[in-house]
Design a binder for this molecule. Structure first.
Ligand SMILES: [Mn+2]
Length: 233
């Protein structure tokens, strides 16, 4: 599949070639697509360019440790680094504060491009997820970028997360194509799917409260008022 964005894809690939250090960031309050596209891109860059140093930066999110972990980077490291921010529509949403210190910045995102904060902005709402965009980048890299089992697993986790396990409208035939290609790497997809279902005891309790206390009108509209006190509890 070709989405007619060859120029920006080639620019991104040539920036990646240029830099010895690449720092990858994503949005705050992470979800599986944020972490999956971030860690997946980091992992595939490490195997594609063994001599480059690749970092994942942002707040630790222990509930997504099953996808991958963050690293700490000295502020000084940024001055010679390429910074790639994935899955993040605006600069206020970036997790980790030093992105703008990067020698060069790239945004890769599937949300509306309300804030083109990077030097190079690749945004496309026709993708289900940032993870699907990372796969597209690999597929159009003329074999410069390579996937392995773990990077494929990370990207799959991101796609499953953002499509609600292929339930939402943004799930396209391309989404299924990518999922199928990723599965060829042989990771344990059912385990990923089950992890996506997990919720913390706190969230489970909130869900139970909502289901017990929601008001459903004759029109079908449902609402609930959650005040700070209930959320704290
Ligand atoms: Mn996303």
């Amino acid at each position: 599949m070709n989405k007619g964005n060859e120029a920006i894809i080639q620019q991104i690939l040539s920036e990646i070639e240029k830099y010895q250090t690449v720092i990858i960031q994503r949005h705050r309050d992470a979800d599986p697509d944020a972490i999956g596209s971030q860690v997946g891109l980091a992992q595939l860059l490490r195997i594609s360019y063994p001599h480059k140093t690749i970092y994942t930066v942002g707040e630790e999110e222990p509930i997504f440790d099953w996808i991958g972990k963050m690293q700490s980077v000295e502020e000084l490291t940024y001055s010679n680094a390429l910074v790639i921010v994935v899955d993040t529509p605006s600069r206020e949403r970036i997790s980790g504060s030093h992105y703008f210190l990067g020698a060069q910045t790239i945004k890769i995102d599937h949300h509306v491009n309300m804030d083109p904060f990077a030097d190079l902005n690749w945004t496309d709402e026709s993708f289900s997820s940032a993870s699907e965009m990372i796969y597209y980048l690999v597929a159009h890299s003329k074999n410069h970028l390579k996937l392995d089992k773990n990077s494929a697993r990370c990207l799959y986790a991101g796609i499953v997360g953002d499509t609600g396990r292929f339930l939402y409208d943004d799930t396209s035939s391309y989404t299924f194509f990518v999922a199928s290609k990723l599965l060829e790497y042989g990771f344990d997809a059912p385990t990923v799917n089950r992890f996506e279902e997990d919720m913390s005891p706190k969230v489970a309790k909130l869900m139970a409260y909502v289901l017990q206390n929601v008001t459903i009108l004759d029109s079908g509209l449902a609402y609930i008022i959650l005040n700070q006190q209930i959320l704290q509890k």
